[in-house]
Each structure stands twice: as C-alpha cells, then as structure tokens.
Design a protein around this ligand. Structure first.
Ligand code: F6P
Length: 541
C-alpha cells in the first residue's frame, strides 16, 4: 500500500491554517499560561521515571488536537506497532528495525521470518555477561598473563556515540580499576592520544565494534592497534587482545579475532539504535552486567509506555509532533539539547546521529520528494556552560530554537563526598529551571537591549537521578521520538545512503594523495584536483 503524502491531507492543511492564525494573532506563552491554568497538568507527561513537561510549547488545546489528528492520519501507532513486531519497516534495505527486541526481556517473543530473535538476544547477552565478568574479575588475561586494565573501544558512528555517551553518563557506576577508552576518528591523533597515555599493550584489550567490519576509520584504527600490540608482544598476541562485535564473523576471524571472541550484531539492528546490543560490550565491561540489565529494563519501560499509551499521552509521540510542528509550520530549522548534567555532556552528539542520520531524508518511502521539511539540525551542550556562550542567541537572537532541558533531582551518588555537592546540584537545577522559564516568559524592559522577548519553546525532562535505568529510558524516549517523526513524514528512519558516496570518493582521493600516484589529473572536480595538487606540493610528493 502506498504511503500517504501527509502534506496533501486535510489534517496538514488544518494545521497550516491554525499555525497562520496563531502567528497572525501573535500568540505568546505568557498569554497561553494565564488563560489556561490546567495547561501544565495536561501537557506534562510521565513515561517511566521521566516527567516530560511540554507545557512551554507554542500550542493550544486545539493545536494538540490537530497534531493528534495528523498522527492518526499518518498511521503513527501502526508504524510503531509494525516496527516492534519486526515488520520490514526499513523498506529500502528490506529488513526490520528491531532494537526493541534487544531489551524485550525474559518471556518476550519477537519472530522474524520463522525465527524467534529474543532467544538469540538473550543467548548473546549471556555471552557478553560471561565475557564482562571475566574482564572485570581479572580472570581474562592477556598474552603475557597480565589481567586487562584498559579496554579500548574502536568504532565510529553508531558503534561509538551511544557507547561513549552512556560510558560518560554512568561514570558513577563504573569498575574502579578498569579504564575504558574510545577511539573513533581516522585521524591518527585519536588513537595516539589514547595509546600514549601510558597504556601497556600487555594489559590492553581492544573491542572492535563494526557491524559491517568494512568501515574505513574503524579498520584503520584496528590495524594500527594490532601493529602496536604485535610489535610489543608478537603476532600470537592478537587473539588475546582483540575482540569484535560485528555482523561479519568471517571478516573478524580474518583480522585475527578468535571465534569465541566475536559477538553478534544482527542486520535487523541499526548502528545508531544498537546500544542495547553486543555493541554495548565495552559499556557492560565498565558497569557490569547487572547495571547493563538495568539500562535495558529502563529502555523496556519506555517501550511499554510507547506500546500502551494512547497517542495523546504518549510522550515520544507528542515530542515528535512538536518537532514536526516547529519544523514544518513554524519553519524552525534547529533544536538544541541541554542536559543539565555534566555526565550527559555527550548526549547532544549521540542525538545528532540518532536524529540527523535517521531523519535527514528528502524522499518518502516510495522515493517521492517529500513536500515538507524533515529532520531538524540537532545541537547542544551540557548546562551550565552554554549559558556563558550560546544562550545569548537563544534568548535574544533573531532565530527561535526549541530546547530540550534534561535535569535530575539528585546529584550523582559518587559526588556526595564533596562538601558542597548538594548546594552545587541545587544551583544546577535552579539554572536549568531559570533558563527554561526565561526562554518562555522573557523579561519586559523599556530598554530594547535588555528586553528578552520570551515565547521560546522548550521541553523539560526531569528524572530522579542519572542511573542506568533512567539513561535507558532517555535513550528509548528519543529513539521512539525519531521513529514517530519518521512515520509522520513518511520517510525511512533506518537507512543512511547519504553517507555512502563520500566514503567511496574518499577511497578514490586517498589513492591520489599518495606518493607515486598520477591519477588525479583527470578524475576529480577542478577544486578537488587543485587541492590534491596543493597537498602534494606541501608534502613534496
Ligand atoms: O557511515 C555511517 C554508518 O554506516 C553509521 O550508520 C554506522 O553507525 C557507522 O557508519 C558505523 O558502521 P559500522 O558499525 O558498520 O562500522
């Protein structure tokens, strides 16, 4: 069945009319709040431990009704159900997007083809747990018999961003004597900075995470790391110091990873949705299997919320509708993510890939050009640093940027020994709430330089504490938001063909940069040719 062109529907047209009316009437959050005392009660939703306050958005009760009608018309509930059931919703690649099966938990059953994938998931989680236990206890030894002290995760994109984000977020729960590092960039500086930090090859374990096992950056770093290990410990050390997480077991074996040290990444899990899979192995080693399980349980709690809540109280669906509202009916291009938690500082980077690789699409599921704007630009940084840099633009700039604030009621458990931890945390929370309030309501002044117009929308997500479970809930919340957005726009949130051409061209250019190459004369655009020539002159090649 062909998907609906959502922009041609009466629901879309009604929203467009309604937006014009609100804009012409100069809607302001100050008026919306004073006219409607029940607003917070209606627009602050709960999902698991998360309270998601959407009351400071430029919406009236009518807007929400119209948005919900759009969601109905776009078949958002059906798309969510189809995704969770294992239908091949990643239509261009002909496969499911079953990250929810990774955390479906005991007793669940998700069948793909004729196979119940949940059995394979739990078997792999058990293997991961066994491996993590062996590393954490010191039972797993390197080639010289020394236990592992440092785990270096080699991977990029979805094989890195979620992991690094979660590893930083859960610092309070990490094993004290194990260090975990992440190397993603093909720039040799990334690997060098890690290896030169006093690492001993005999005590270092590399986890190569690459679903495809073809990603140039990851393989370049893996080869360099292998050379570093073998030149210190000899060629036989590779089997002791490398494990792999991949869908291509034979490529991993060819690299030198022992069969028992290859963990599975299924083709029905997209890289950017893979934190709960074996891609999370380094994280499990760092925080232990029980904490990892808690993270999965947190994800599962939000999956349950999404599956069971009607659209009107379905938090990720409402967040997706608001994103479409701003992107398509207010023409707002970007969205800022502001975790008021230092340890969540990598959340914006992670969400950039989740959102922009998923929904940075220009054609619908049938390959027709979409008639609307799709994924917003996502950016951000941990509060309170941003307040002393880019918040000026958020408050008084000419562009409006909807914001997501994330804040926790309690400070991280391991900060308690600091004498002022409680007070500092209170200040953090106060700053978060003050920023969201000031963005919404502004300040009136006779001096235009001092006036803050307000009327700048935001969501505040509040949770008790940054625990593995709460982190899992946040991840699942945003995953489902992205999925619901994709359903609204009628696009495939699970492929990423846009990144392929650059990789192919980089391979071609890499050959032309080297000494002895004579190919660049004809095969590139004039600007690239000239830059290659300049590079070669600078390198005296
Ligand atoms: O280039 C984009 C991408 O394919 C991402 O979608 C993916 O997360 C990343 O590269 C890494 O891919 P792999 O896990 O296959 O190395």
């Amino acid at each position: 069945m062909a998907s609906t062109d959502i922009t041609a529907t009466e629901e879309w047209a009604a929203l467009a009319r309604h937006a014009r009316e609100l804009q012409a009437g100069g809607v302001h959050l100050r008026d919306l709040f004073s006219a409607d005392p029940g607003r917070v009660g209606r627009l602050a939703l709960t999902a698991g431990d998360l309270v998601i306050d959407c009351s400071r958005h430029l919406v009236t009760a009518e807007t929400v009704e119209l948005l919900l009608a759009l969601a109905d018309c776009a078949g958002v509930s059906e798309r969510i159900a189809a995704t969770m059931a294992g239908d091949p919703v990643n239509a261009t690649e002909g496969r499911p997007a079953l990250h929810t099966a990774l955390r479906a938990g005991p007793g669940a059953s998700v069948v793909v083809g004729d196979v119940d994938v949940t059995a394979a998931v739990s078997a792999e989680l058990n293997r991961m747990a066994g491996f993590a236990r062996a590393v954490r206890s010191g039972e797993l030894r390197g080639a010289t018999g020394k236990p592992v002290r440092t785990v270096v995760n080699l991977g990029i994109g979805g094989s890195y961003l979620g992991l690094a984000m979660a590893h930083a977020a859960l610092a309070a729960f990490r094993h004290r004597d194990l260090d975990c590092r992440f190397v993603a960039n093909v720039d040799p500086a990334d690997l060098a900075m890690v290896l030169d930090d006093g690492l001993d090859p005999a005590e270092t374990l590399f986890v190569v995470v690459s679903k495809s096992f073809t990603t140039a950056e990851t393989l370049a770093n893996a080869r360099a790391a292998r050379r570093w290990v073998t030149s210190a410990l000899g060629p036989k050390a590779v089997g002791h110091h490398f494990v792999a997480v991949t869908a291509d077991r034979s490529a991993a074996a060819e690299f030198g990873v022992r069969a028992e040290n290859v963990f599975e990444m299924w083709d029905w899990v997209g890289g950017r949705y893979s934190l709960g899979s074996a891609a999370g192995l380094s994280l499990m080693v760092a925080i232990g299997e029980d904490r990892f399980d808690e993270m999965l349980a947190g994800m599962r709690a939000v999956d349950g919320h999404v599956a069971r809540q009607p659209l009107a109280t379905n938090a990720p669906v409402l967040m997706a509708l608001l994103a479409v509202w701003y992107r398509d009916f207010w023409g707002l291009q970007s969205r800022v993510v502001l975790p008021y938690a230092h340890r969540l500082r990598l959340l914006p980077d992670y969400l950039q890939q989740l959102q922009m690789e998923s929904n940075g699409k220009r054609v619908d599921l049938e390959g027709r050009a979409v008639g609307c704007e799709t994924g917003p630009i996502v950016w951000g940084a941990a509060g309170t640093g941003g307040q002393h840099s880019f918040h000026q633009l958020l408050h008084q700039g000419t562009t409006v940027v909807p914001a997501d604030f994330i804040v926790f009621a309690r400070p991280d458990a391991d900060t308690a020994q600091l004498p002022e931890a409680g007070r500092q945390h209170e200040s953090l929370v106060a700053n978060c709430l003050a920023q969201a309030s000031t963005l919404a309501f502004g300040t009136v002044s006779d001096d235009p330089h001092r006036e803050l117009p307000g009327n700048r929308p935001s969501t505040v997500i509040m949770a008790p504490e940054l625990t593995p479970s709460v982190l899992g809930q946040l991840v699942a919340l945003y995953e489902h938001e992205v999925l619901a957005q994709g359903a609204l726009w009628g696009i495939n949130s699970f492929d990423q063909y846009g990144v392929e051409q650059g990789k192919t061209l980089a391979d071609a250019i890499a050959g032309d940069l080297s000494e002895g190459s004579s190919r660049s004369a004809s095969e590139h655009d004039p600007s690239t040719k000239s830059l290659i020539a300049h590079y070669r002159r600078l390198r005296e090649l």
